[in-house]
Design a protein around this ligand. Structure first.
Ligand code: AMP
Length: 584
C-alpha cells in the first residue's frame, strides 16, 4: 500500500454513517448535549443514573452492559442487573454510614466488583478515586492520605501484599471491603467481606440527587515536583463523556466496545466504565494482562466493533508480527482509536495494512476528563497528528509572556503550549487542597495543558512534547519526584534524579541517576538492591527499570536537580542553557 501523508476515508471506514459531521460542528452546544441526558428531579445529575438506571428502566434493560472475560469463564451483566447490583452496593455503603462526599478508593484488577462499586458509590453520593493495581504501597498510601480515603475496595491478595503494611498510616480509612472471587473464603482481620454485605443488601435504592457541580471523581495525576495532584471532577463531566462517546468514539447502539485501559487510570474510568454505558452499548472487560494472541481472539470472537486502545499496546501487537494478526479476521471491527502517548505514523499505517482500518489518535489528559482533540471517523487522517478539536472544544497554541499572560498564536505550524478555552463540562474543578497549583493552570480564559504542540493550516494538532519533566511509560504518567523520593529513602542514596528514557515499545522507561553516600560502592549488587527497594515501595508500574551511578548530580545554583540536563546527556543531545548550573 502506498503511504502518503494523508489517509482518506474509504467506504469501508464509513460503512456506518459517522455521528460527527459538519452540521454537528455548526450546531453544537453543551446545553443541547445536556438535554440528551435524563437528569434527576430539581436539576440534579448523577453519572450512575445516566449510565445505568436510565437504560435499566427502558428497552435496554436486558441488553448486556458489561461482558467480563475471565481466564476460564465469562460473565455478562445486563443493564437491569447492573442497576440492581449497584443499588446493593449503594445500600452497603449507607449501612456502613458512608454517604455524600465520602471518598471511596478502589484497588483491584478488572473485576465486576470494581465496576459495581464505582457506580454504586455515585448512587450514594460518594467520591470515587481509582488506584492502579500495579502501584506499590507508597503511591497507594500517598494518594489515600491526600484524598482522605474513608473506604477501600480491594482484593484479599492486594490487601495483604500492599495495604496491610501501611494501613496504620491511613487514619481516615474506616472500612476495607474485600472483593473478587477469593474474598468469599478470606478471613482477614480488620476487613469486611463484600459478598456477604451485598447478599444482605436490598436491591432497590433511591439514588442521591447529586447536583452537576457535586464532586464525583478524584483522579490523582503526577507533576514534576511535590506530591501527586488530585484532579477533582464533578457529575457534570458526564456531559463530556456522552458527547465524546458519540462523536470521538462514534458509539452506535449496537456496538460492542472494548477499551483496553485499566480503570486505575482516567481513560479506564471515563471510557472503560462511563462513556459506553451512557450509550447503552456492550462493553468488553478483559481481566488479563496484554497477550497478542488473546487480544486478537477477543477482537474476533467478541465481534468488537469499536476499539479504544493505546500506542504501547499497538506497538506490542506490531512486534508480535503480521502473521498472528492475519490468522484472525475482524469483519465486525469498524473503528479503532488510540490515546495516551504519541502514536507513530507507522502504527497508523500498520492498522490500515494489517487490520484493514487505520488507527485514530486522540488527545486528552486527566485534567480534561474526556477527549478534547481527535481524529474522528468523519475526518481524513494525517498519520502522526492527534486530529482536530472536537465540537464544544476550542484548542489553541499559546506563547507565554514574562508577565504571566499568554498570547494565542494565530499562525499555523508554530510550536507553543497547547491550551483549551475553559468551560467544557468535564474540566477539572480544582486540585484537591492545592488552589495555587490549580490557579497556575490558567491564564485568563485559557487552560494550559503543559503539552507542547503545533497546529497546521487544516486545524490538525501535532504533539511536540511535554513542557515539564513528567514521564509517560506504557501510557502511564509518572512523576519523577515520587520515584526520587522513594530512592532517597534507601540508606545508600545521597541524591537521585529521574528521567524518561525513550523506548521503542513503551514510549519511555523510567531511568534513575543516583549518587551514593560515602562508604557505599557503585556496584552491581547495590544496583539490584536499589531496583528491588524501589519496586517494593513503588510497584512495577512506577519503579525505575534502569539505575546509573554518578559521582554527583548536576544541580542548579538553587539546589534543584537538573533532570533536563541528565536527559540531554543520556540522549547525547545539546545541553542547552546551563547558565544556572551549580559551579558554572
Ligand atoms: P494522563 O493525564 O495520565 O492521561 O496523561 C496526559 C498526557 O499524556 C498528556 O498531557 C500528553 O502529554 C500525553 N498524551 C495523551 N494523549 C496523547 C496523544 N494522543 N499524543 C501524545 N501525547 C499524548
Amino acid at each position: 500500500m502506498e503511504r502518503s501523508n494523508i489517509i482518506r476515508k474509504t467506504a469501508v471506514d464509513l460503512r456506518v454513517s459517522p455521528n460527527l459531521n459538519e452540521e454537528v460542528y455548526a450546531t453544537f452546544s453543551w446545553e443541547t448535549i445536556r438535554e440528551q441526558l435524563a437528569g434527576l428531579p430539581g436539576g440534579g445529575l448523577n453519572i450512575a443514573h445516566e449510565a445505568v438506571d436510565r437504560h435499566a428502566e427502558g428497552p435496554r434493560r436486558d441488553h448486556t452492559a458489561l461482558r467480563f472475560l475471565g481466564s476460564v469463564s465469562h460473565r455478562d451483566i445486563s443493564y437491569g442487573e447492573l442497576s440492581s447490583l449497584s443499588n446493593r452496593f449503594a445500600n452497603v455503603l449507607r449501612r456502613l454510614g458512608l454517604g455524600r462526599g465520602d471518598r471511596l478508593f478502589t484497588l483491584t484488577g478488572r473485576i465486576p466488583d470494581l465496576y459495581i462499586a464505582v457506580l454504586g458509590s455515585f448512587k450514594n453520593g460518594l467520591v470515587v478515586s481509582p488506584l492502579f493495581s500495579a502501584f506499590g504501597p507508597e503511591p497507594i498510601a500517598t494518594r489515600m492520605n491526600l484524598g482522605e480515603a474513608a473506604v477501600l475496595v480491594t482484593t484479599p491478595e492486594l490487601y495483604e501484599r500492599k495495604v496491610a503494611g501501611i494501613r496504620d498510616r491511613i487514619p481516615s480509612l474506616r472500612h476495607v471491603l474485600l472483593a473478587g472471587e477469593e474474598a468469599a473464603t478470606a478471613n482477614i482481620p480488620g476487613t469486611l467481606n463484600l459478598k456477604r454485605l451485598m447478599d444482605e443488601a436490598l436491591e432497590t435504592f433511591e439514588i442521591a440527587v447529586t447536583q452537576p457541580e457535586d464532586l464525583a471523581l478524584l483522579h490523582f495525576t503526577s507533576g514534576t515536583t511535590g506530591t501527586p495532584k488530585g484532579a477533582m471532577h464533578v457529575h457534570a463531566a458526564v456531559i463530556t463523556h456522552w458527547s465524546t462517546g458519540k462523536y470521538a468514539l462514534d458509539l452506535h447502539p449496537d456496538d460492542v466496545f472494548w477499551c483496553t485501559a485499566d480503570p486505575g487510570w482516567v481513560t479506564g474510568t471515563s471510557y472503560g466504565i462511563i462513556a459506553p454505558l451512557l450509550h447503552g452499548v456492550t462493553s468488553i472487560v478483559d481481566a488479563g494482562d496484554f497477550d497478542a494472541e488473546r487480544w486478537y481472539r477477543i477482537l474476533e470472537d467478541q465481534g468488537v466493533t469499536v476499539w479504544y486502545t493505546a500506542p504501547t499496546a499497538i506497538r506490542m501487537l506490531m512486534k508480535a508480527g503480521p502473521e498472528l494478526a492475519k490468522a484472525h479476521a475482524f469483519p465486525k471491527l469498524r473503528f479503532i482509536a488510540s490515546v495516551g502517548e504519541p502514536l507513530n505514523p507507522e502504527a497508523v499505517w500498520w492498522g490500515r495494512e494489517t487490520l484493514g482500518l487505520p488507527i485514530h489518535d486522540n488527545w486528552w489528559q486527566t485534567e480534561t476528563g474526556g477527549i478534547m482533540i481527535a481524529n474522528n471517523p468523519a475526518l481524513d487522517i494525517k498519520p502522526g497528528s492527534m486530529g482536530r478539536a472536537l465540537p464544544g472544544v476550542t484548542a489553541a497554541i499559546v506563547k507565554h509572556h514574562e508577565d504571566g499572560t499568554v498570547e494565542v498564536v494565530e499562525a499555523s505550524d508554530q510550536e507553543g503550549e497547547l491550551a483549551l478555552r475553559r468551560g467544557w463540562p468535564s474540566m477539572l474543578r480544582g486540585y484537591l487542597n492545592n488552589a495555587e497549583r490549580y490557579r497556575q493552570c490558567f491564564a485568563g480564559d485559557w487552560y494550559l495543558t503543559g503539552d507542547l504542540a503545533r497546529r497546521d493550516a487544516d486545524g490538525y494538532f501535532w504533539f511536540v512534547g511535554r513542557a515539564d519533566d513528567v514521564i509517560k511509560s506504557a501510557g502511564h504518567l509518572i512523576g519523577p519526584f515520587e520515584v526520587e523520593s522513594a530512592l532517597m529513602e534507601h540508606p545508600a542514596v545521597a541524591e537521585a534524579g529521574v528521567i524518561g528514557k525513550p523506548d521503542a515499545i513503551v514510549g519511555e522507561v523510567v531511568k534513575a541517576f543516583v549518587s551514593l553516600k560515602a562508604g557505599y560502592s557503585p556496584d552491581e549488587t547495590l544496583r539490584k538492591q536499589l531496583i528491588g527497594h524501589a519496586r517494593k515501595k513503588l510497584g512495577a508500574a512506577v519503579a525505575p527499570k534502569e539505575i546509573e551511578f554518578l559521582p554527583s548530580l548536576p544541580r542548579t545554583r538553587s539546589g534543584k536537580i537538573m533532570r533536563r540536563l541528565l536527559k540531554a546527556r543520556e540522549l547525547g543531545l545539546p545541553e542547552g542553557d546551563t547558565s544556572t548550573l551549580e559551579g558554572s
